[in-house]
Design a protein around this ligand. Structure first.
Ligand SMILES: *Cc1c(COP(=O)(O)O)cnc(C)c1O
Length: 375
Protein backbone atom coordinates (compact mmCIF):
# COMPACT_ATOMS: atom_id res chain seq x y z
CA UNK A 1 0.00 0.00 0.00
CA UNK A 2 1.18 3.54 -0.79
CA UNK A 3 2.02 5.64 2.25
CA UNK A 4 -1.07 7.63 3.24
CA UNK A 5 -0.82 11.40 2.95
CA UNK A 6 -3.25 14.07 4.12
CA UNK A 7 -3.08 15.27 0.48
CA UNK A 8 -1.19 13.15 -2.05
CA UNK A 9 0.21 15.71 -4.47
CA UNK A 10 2.83 13.35 -5.82
CA UNK A 11 0.43 10.72 -7.11
CA UNK A 12 -1.88 13.40 -8.46
CA UNK A 13 1.05 14.90 -10.39
CA UNK A 14 2.15 11.52 -11.75
CA UNK A 15 -1.24 11.02 -13.41
CA UNK A 16 -1.03 14.31 -15.32
CA UNK A 17 2.75 14.49 -15.56
CA UNK A 18 2.99 14.82 -19.36
CA UNK A 19 0.42 17.60 -19.51
CA UNK A 20 2.06 19.50 -16.64
CA UNK A 21 5.64 19.03 -17.83
CA UNK A 22 4.71 20.30 -21.29
CA UNK A 23 2.89 23.31 -19.92
CA UNK A 24 5.80 24.23 -17.65
CA UNK A 25 8.56 23.78 -20.21
CA UNK A 26 6.62 25.72 -22.86
CA UNK A 27 6.13 28.60 -20.45
CA UNK A 28 9.81 28.63 -19.55
CA UNK A 29 10.76 28.58 -23.23
CA UNK A 30 8.44 31.55 -23.88
CA UNK A 31 10.30 33.49 -21.11
CA UNK A 32 7.09 35.46 -20.54
CA UNK A 33 7.18 34.88 -16.81
CA UNK A 34 5.07 37.81 -15.63
CA UNK A 35 1.58 38.49 -17.02
CA UNK A 36 2.30 36.25 -20.00
CA UNK A 37 -0.36 34.69 -22.24
CA UNK A 38 -0.79 31.74 -19.83
CA UNK A 39 -2.08 34.12 -17.17
CA UNK A 40 -4.60 35.71 -19.55
CA UNK A 41 -5.77 32.32 -20.81
CA UNK A 42 -6.16 30.95 -17.29
CA UNK A 43 -8.08 34.05 -16.31
CA UNK A 44 -10.52 33.56 -19.18
CA UNK A 45 -10.94 29.84 -18.52
CA UNK A 46 -11.61 30.43 -14.83
CA UNK A 47 -14.15 33.17 -15.68
CA UNK A 48 -15.95 30.66 -17.85
CA UNK A 49 -15.78 27.89 -15.26
CA UNK A 50 -17.14 30.12 -12.49
CA UNK A 51 -19.61 32.01 -14.64
CA UNK A 52 -18.22 35.39 -13.55
CA UNK A 53 -17.39 38.42 -15.66
CA UNK A 54 -13.99 39.12 -14.14
CA UNK A 55 -11.21 37.06 -12.61
CA UNK A 56 -8.16 38.95 -11.38
CA UNK A 57 -5.31 36.57 -10.54
CA UNK A 58 -3.02 37.48 -7.64
CA UNK A 59 -0.20 36.05 -5.55
CA UNK A 60 -2.10 34.06 -2.89
CA UNK A 61 -5.44 33.75 -1.14
CA UNK A 62 -4.52 36.09 1.69
CA UNK A 63 -3.67 38.84 -0.81
CA UNK A 64 -6.94 38.14 -2.60
CA UNK A 65 -8.84 38.91 0.63
CA UNK A 66 -6.72 41.95 1.38
CA UNK A 67 -7.09 43.41 -2.10
CA UNK A 68 -10.85 42.71 -2.06
CA UNK A 69 -11.13 44.76 1.12
CA UNK A 70 -8.83 47.51 -0.17
CA UNK A 71 -11.06 47.86 -3.23
CA UNK A 72 -14.28 47.98 -1.19
CA UNK A 73 -14.14 51.58 0.13
CA UNK A 74 -13.81 50.49 3.75
CA UNK A 75 -12.48 52.96 6.32
CA UNK A 76 -10.47 52.36 9.48
CA UNK A 77 -12.82 51.40 12.29
CA UNK A 78 -15.46 49.93 9.99
CA UNK A 79 -16.73 46.60 11.25
CA UNK A 80 -16.35 43.49 9.12
CA UNK A 81 -18.17 40.35 10.21
CA UNK A 82 -16.73 36.88 9.70
CA UNK A 83 -16.61 33.60 11.57
CA UNK A 84 -14.24 32.69 14.39
CA UNK A 85 -14.00 29.10 13.11
CA UNK A 86 -11.74 29.75 10.12
CA UNK A 87 -8.15 29.93 8.98
CA UNK A 88 -6.40 33.03 10.32
CA UNK A 89 -5.98 34.77 6.95
CA UNK A 90 -9.62 35.85 6.90
CA UNK A 91 -9.31 37.74 10.18
CA UNK A 92 -5.71 38.86 9.72
CA UNK A 93 -6.35 41.03 6.65
CA UNK A 94 -9.32 42.75 8.30
CA UNK A 95 -7.11 43.70 11.26
CA UNK A 96 -4.14 44.67 9.05
CA UNK A 97 -6.26 47.23 7.22
CA UNK A 98 -7.31 48.87 10.47
CA UNK A 99 -10.81 47.47 10.17
CA UNK A 100 -12.54 45.80 13.07
CA UNK A 101 -13.03 42.04 12.82
CA UNK A 102 -16.35 41.05 14.39
CA UNK A 103 -16.39 37.30 14.89
CA UNK A 104 -19.59 35.29 14.92
CA UNK A 105 -20.54 31.67 15.59
CA UNK A 106 -21.12 28.79 13.18
CA UNK A 107 -23.64 25.98 12.89
CA UNK A 108 -22.58 22.81 14.60
CA UNK A 109 -23.56 20.59 11.67
CA UNK A 110 -22.06 22.46 8.68
CA UNK A 111 -19.26 24.47 10.38
CA UNK A 112 -20.47 27.51 8.41
CA UNK A 113 -21.68 30.98 9.45
CA UNK A 114 -24.72 30.98 11.75
CA UNK A 115 -27.21 33.40 10.23
CA UNK A 116 -28.77 34.42 13.59
CA UNK A 117 -25.34 35.05 15.04
CA UNK A 118 -24.61 37.25 12.01
CA UNK A 119 -27.87 39.19 12.38
CA UNK A 120 -27.16 39.91 16.04
CA UNK A 121 -23.67 41.21 15.28
CA UNK A 122 -24.77 43.92 12.84
CA UNK A 123 -24.38 47.51 14.12
CA UNK A 124 -24.46 50.90 12.36
CA UNK A 125 -20.68 50.52 11.93
CA UNK A 126 -20.91 47.21 10.07
CA UNK A 127 -19.83 47.60 6.45
CA UNK A 128 -19.07 44.11 5.15
CA UNK A 129 -19.63 40.39 5.68
CA UNK A 130 -17.00 37.78 4.84
CA UNK A 131 -18.68 34.36 4.61
CA UNK A 132 -16.13 31.52 4.60
CA UNK A 133 -17.20 28.43 2.65
CA UNK A 134 -15.45 26.12 5.06
CA UNK A 135 -14.24 22.62 4.22
CA UNK A 136 -15.85 22.64 0.76
CA UNK A 137 -19.47 23.67 1.01
CA UNK A 138 -21.26 26.98 0.80
CA UNK A 139 -22.53 29.24 3.52
CA UNK A 140 -26.24 30.00 3.08
CA UNK A 141 -25.60 32.73 0.50
CA UNK A 142 -29.27 33.41 -0.19
CA UNK A 143 -29.71 34.53 3.43
CA UNK A 144 -26.39 36.38 3.45
CA UNK A 145 -27.30 38.37 0.33
CA UNK A 146 -30.72 39.22 1.76
CA UNK A 147 -29.20 40.52 4.98
CA UNK A 148 -26.50 42.41 3.06
CA UNK A 149 -29.18 44.03 0.89
CA UNK A 150 -31.33 45.04 3.84
CA UNK A 151 -28.37 46.59 5.66
CA UNK A 152 -26.35 48.01 2.77
CA UNK A 153 -23.37 45.72 3.38
CA UNK A 154 -20.71 44.43 1.01
CA UNK A 155 -20.16 40.68 0.74
CA UNK A 156 -16.68 39.29 0.18
CA UNK A 157 -16.69 35.49 -0.08
CA UNK A 158 -13.68 33.60 1.21
CA UNK A 159 -13.79 30.72 -1.23
CA UNK A 160 -10.31 29.33 -0.57
CA UNK A 161 -11.79 25.95 0.37
CA UNK A 162 -14.80 25.50 -1.91
CA UNK A 163 -13.82 26.27 -5.48
CA UNK A 164 -16.14 24.38 -7.80
CA UNK A 165 -18.96 23.97 -5.28
CA UNK A 166 -22.43 25.08 -6.42
CA UNK A 167 -24.81 27.14 -4.34
CA UNK A 168 -28.43 26.16 -5.04
CA UNK A 169 -30.99 28.96 -4.60
CA UNK A 170 -34.51 28.17 -3.40
CA UNK A 171 -35.82 28.56 -6.96
CA UNK A 172 -33.39 25.86 -8.11
CA UNK A 173 -30.90 28.13 -9.90
CA UNK A 174 -27.25 27.48 -9.23
CA UNK A 175 -24.21 29.69 -8.94
CA UNK A 176 -20.62 28.80 -8.21
CA UNK A 177 -19.27 29.49 -4.73
CA UNK A 178 -17.42 32.80 -4.86
CA UNK A 179 -19.54 34.16 -7.70
CA UNK A 180 -22.47 35.37 -5.59
CA UNK A 181 -21.27 38.23 -3.36
CA UNK A 182 -19.73 41.52 -4.54
CA UNK A 183 -16.32 39.87 -4.59
CA UNK A 184 -15.08 36.29 -4.29
CA UNK A 185 -11.56 35.28 -3.26
CA UNK A 186 -9.69 32.05 -3.63
CA UNK A 187 -6.31 30.45 -3.01
CA UNK A 188 -4.30 28.12 -5.22
CA UNK A 189 -2.08 26.92 -2.36
CA UNK A 190 -0.91 23.41 -3.39
CA UNK A 191 -3.23 21.52 -1.02
CA UNK A 192 -6.36 23.48 -1.99
CA UNK A 193 -8.87 21.83 -4.34
CA UNK A 194 -7.43 23.78 -7.28
CA UNK A 195 -3.80 23.98 -6.20
CA UNK A 196 -0.78 25.15 -8.14
CA UNK A 197 2.87 24.21 -7.48
CA UNK A 198 3.67 27.20 -5.31
CA UNK A 199 1.55 30.16 -4.26
CA UNK A 200 -1.34 31.68 -6.15
CA UNK A 201 -4.75 33.26 -5.70
CA UNK A 202 -7.57 35.02 -7.51
CA UNK A 203 -10.32 37.56 -6.99
CA UNK A 204 -13.66 37.37 -8.84
CA UNK A 205 -16.44 39.86 -9.44
CA UNK A 206 -19.31 40.60 -11.81
CA UNK A 207 -18.97 44.35 -11.22
CA UNK A 208 -17.02 46.07 -14.03
CA UNK A 209 -16.06 49.11 -11.96
CA UNK A 210 -14.91 47.03 -9.02
CA UNK A 211 -12.91 44.78 -11.36
CA UNK A 212 -11.12 47.82 -12.75
CA UNK A 213 -10.25 49.01 -9.27
CA UNK A 214 -9.02 45.57 -8.21
CA UNK A 215 -6.77 45.41 -11.28
CA UNK A 216 -5.29 48.75 -10.24
CA UNK A 217 -4.85 47.78 -6.58
CA UNK A 218 -2.96 44.53 -7.38
CA UNK A 219 -0.63 46.58 -9.58
CA UNK A 220 0.70 49.22 -7.14
CA UNK A 221 -2.44 51.34 -7.42
CA UNK A 222 -1.22 52.35 -10.85
CA UNK A 223 -3.78 53.60 -13.38
CA UNK A 224 -1.38 54.91 -16.01
CA UNK A 225 2.22 53.72 -15.85
CA UNK A 226 3.96 55.52 -12.95
CA UNK A 227 0.79 57.39 -11.96
CA UNK A 228 -0.66 56.06 -8.70
CA UNK A 229 -4.26 56.91 -7.81
CA UNK A 230 -4.60 54.51 -4.91
CA UNK A 231 -2.28 52.88 -2.43
CA UNK A 232 -1.84 49.44 -3.92
CA UNK A 233 0.20 46.27 -3.51
CA UNK A 234 2.24 44.07 -5.81
CA UNK A 235 0.34 40.82 -6.13
CA UNK A 236 0.65 38.69 -9.26
CA UNK A 237 0.15 35.09 -10.29
CA UNK A 238 3.23 34.06 -12.25
CA UNK A 239 2.95 32.49 -15.69
CA UNK A 240 4.38 29.08 -14.73
CA UNK A 241 1.72 28.71 -12.00
CA UNK A 242 -0.98 29.85 -14.43
CA UNK A 243 0.13 27.21 -16.97
CA UNK A 244 -0.11 24.52 -14.26
CA UNK A 245 -3.52 25.80 -13.15
CA UNK A 246 -4.84 25.66 -16.72
CA UNK A 247 -4.08 21.94 -16.79
CA UNK A 248 -5.55 21.31 -13.36
CA UNK A 249 -8.70 23.35 -14.01
CA UNK A 250 -9.54 20.87 -16.78
CA UNK A 251 -9.52 18.13 -14.14
CA UNK A 252 -11.29 20.03 -11.37
CA UNK A 253 -14.75 18.48 -11.80
CA UNK A 254 -13.29 15.01 -11.92
CA UNK A 255 -11.24 15.81 -8.79
CA UNK A 256 -14.37 16.95 -6.95
CA UNK A 257 -16.05 13.70 -7.95
CA UNK A 258 -13.14 11.66 -6.56
CA UNK A 259 -13.33 13.56 -3.27
CA UNK A 260 -17.09 13.05 -3.02
CA UNK A 261 -16.68 9.35 -3.70
CA UNK A 262 -14.08 9.07 -0.93
CA UNK A 263 -16.40 11.03 1.41
CA UNK A 264 -19.31 8.70 0.62
CA UNK A 265 -17.13 5.73 1.47
CA UNK A 266 -16.09 7.26 4.80
CA UNK A 267 -19.70 8.26 5.58
CA UNK A 268 -20.91 4.76 5.00
CA UNK A 269 -18.31 3.31 7.36
CA UNK A 270 -18.54 5.90 10.14
CA UNK A 271 -22.27 6.55 10.31
CA UNK A 272 -22.59 3.25 12.18
CA UNK A 273 -20.21 4.39 14.92
CA UNK A 274 -21.96 5.99 17.91
CA UNK A 275 -18.94 8.06 18.84
CA UNK A 276 -18.56 9.74 15.48
CA UNK A 277 -20.69 12.23 13.55
CA UNK A 278 -20.10 12.38 9.81
CA UNK A 279 -20.08 15.78 8.08
CA UNK A 280 -23.52 17.07 7.09
CA UNK A 281 -24.19 18.05 3.50
CA UNK A 282 -26.42 21.10 3.11
CA UNK A 283 -29.32 20.88 0.67
CA UNK A 284 -28.48 24.35 -0.68
CA UNK A 285 -24.90 23.46 -1.63
CA UNK A 286 -22.89 20.78 -3.33
CA UNK A 287 -19.83 19.66 -1.34
CA UNK A 288 -16.33 19.49 -2.79
CA UNK A 289 -14.78 18.09 0.41
CA UNK A 290 -11.71 20.23 0.82
CA UNK A 291 -11.65 18.46 4.18
CA UNK A 292 -13.44 15.41 5.50
CA UNK A 293 -14.09 16.45 9.08
CA UNK A 294 -15.60 14.18 11.71
CA UNK A 295 -16.99 15.27 15.06
CA UNK A 296 -16.20 12.99 17.98
CA UNK A 297 -18.51 12.29 20.94
CA UNK A 298 -17.26 11.76 24.50
CA UNK A 299 -13.72 10.84 23.57
CA UNK A 300 -10.37 12.60 23.63
CA UNK A 301 -9.93 13.32 19.93
CA UNK A 302 -6.20 14.00 20.46
CA UNK A 303 -5.89 10.37 21.56
CA UNK A 304 -7.59 9.31 18.33
CA UNK A 305 -5.12 11.45 16.40
CA UNK A 306 -2.22 9.81 18.27
CA UNK A 307 -3.65 6.36 17.65
CA UNK A 308 -3.83 7.08 13.92
CA UNK A 309 -0.30 8.52 13.91
CA UNK A 310 0.93 5.28 15.47
CA UNK A 311 -0.53 3.51 12.42
CA UNK A 312 1.17 5.93 10.05
CA UNK A 313 -2.09 7.70 9.24
CA UNK A 314 -2.00 11.49 9.29
CA UNK A 315 -5.04 13.32 10.70
CA UNK A 316 -5.33 17.03 11.36
CA UNK A 317 -7.24 19.34 13.67
CA UNK A 318 -8.82 22.19 11.70
CA UNK A 319 -8.95 24.35 13.81
CA UNK A 320 -7.78 23.81 17.38
CA UNK A 321 -8.08 27.42 18.62
CA UNK A 322 -10.92 29.73 17.53
CA UNK A 323 -9.87 33.19 16.34
CA UNK A 324 -11.65 35.08 19.13
CA UNK A 325 -9.44 33.42 21.74
CA UNK A 326 -6.17 33.67 19.83
CA UNK A 327 -3.56 35.84 21.55
CA UNK A 328 -3.37 38.19 18.53
CA UNK A 329 -7.13 38.63 18.09
CA UNK A 330 -8.43 38.65 21.64
CA UNK A 331 -10.58 41.70 22.32
CA UNK A 332 -12.80 43.15 25.04
CA UNK A 333 -15.65 42.24 22.79
CA UNK A 334 -15.34 38.53 23.59
CA UNK A 335 -14.55 36.18 26.37
CA UNK A 336 -14.30 32.45 26.36
CA UNK A 337 -17.82 31.03 26.19
CA UNK A 338 -19.22 33.74 23.90
CA UNK A 339 -19.12 31.62 20.75
CA UNK A 340 -20.05 28.26 22.26
CA UNK A 341 -20.46 26.25 19.06
CA UNK A 342 -17.11 27.34 17.66
CA UNK A 343 -15.43 26.61 20.98
CA UNK A 344 -17.03 23.18 21.19
CA UNK A 345 -16.10 22.31 17.61
CA UNK A 346 -12.48 23.28 18.15
CA UNK A 347 -12.33 20.54 20.79
CA UNK A 348 -14.11 17.72 18.97
CA UNK A 349 -13.22 17.90 15.27
CA UNK A 350 -10.70 15.76 13.44
CA UNK A 351 -10.02 15.73 9.70
CA UNK A 352 -9.00 12.53 7.91
CA UNK A 353 -6.86 12.17 4.78
CA UNK A 354 -8.87 13.52 1.83
CA UNK A 355 -7.56 13.89 -1.68
CA UNK A 356 -8.10 12.85 -5.26
CA UNK A 357 -5.91 9.74 -5.17
CA UNK A 358 -7.20 7.92 -2.07
CA UNK A 359 -7.71 4.30 -3.04
CA UNK A 360 -9.95 1.67 -1.52
CA UNK A 361 -7.08 -0.17 0.15
CA UNK A 362 -5.96 3.00 1.89
CA UNK A 363 -9.47 3.99 2.91
CA UNK A 364 -10.20 0.52 4.26
CA UNK A 365 -7.04 0.72 6.35
CA UNK A 366 -7.94 4.22 7.63
CA UNK A 367 -11.50 3.14 8.46
CA UNK A 368 -10.37 -0.03 10.22
CA UNK A 369 -7.80 1.94 12.23
CA UNK A 370 -10.32 4.60 13.28
CA UNK A 371 -12.92 2.03 14.33
CA UNK A 372 -10.30 -0.02 16.18
CA UNK A 373 -9.76 2.98 18.48
CA UNK A 374 -13.28 2.52 19.86
CA UNK A 375 -13.01 -1.22 20.52
C1 LIG B 1 -5.88 28.80 2.56
C2 LIG B 1 -6.86 29.79 3.04
C3 LIG B 1 -6.63 31.18 2.89
C4 LIG B 1 -5.33 31.76 2.47
O1 LIG B 1 -4.79 31.34 1.28
P1 LIG B 1 -3.21 31.47 1.01
O2 LIG B 1 -3.10 31.23 -0.45
O3 LIG B 1 -2.52 30.45 1.83
O4 LIG B 1 -2.80 32.86 1.36
C5 LIG B 1 -7.65 32.04 3.29
N1 LIG B 1 -8.80 31.59 3.81
C6 LIG B 1 -9.04 30.27 3.99
C7 LIG B 1 -10.35 29.84 4.56
C8 LIG B 1 -8.08 29.34 3.62
O5 LIG B 1 -8.33 28.03 3.81
Amino acid sequence: MEKIQMVDLKRQYQKIQDEIDNAVINTIRSTQFINGPEVKEFQKELEEFLGVKHVIPCANGTDALQVAMMASDLKPGDEVITTSFTFVATVEVIALLGLKPVLVDVYEDTFNMDIDSLRKAITPKTKAIVPVHLFGQCVNMEEIMKIADQNGLKVIEDNAQAIGADFIFSDGTRKKAGAIGNIGCTSFFPSKNLGCYGDGGAIFTNDDELAEKIRVVVNHGMTVRYYHDYIGVNSRLDSVQAAILRVKLRHLNEYAEARRKAADYYDNAFSKCEKLIVPKRSDFSTHVFHQYTLKTKDIDRNKLQEHLASKDIPAMIYYPVPMHIQEAYKSDRYKEGDLPVTEKLSKIVISLPMHTELDKEQQDYIIESVLEFFE
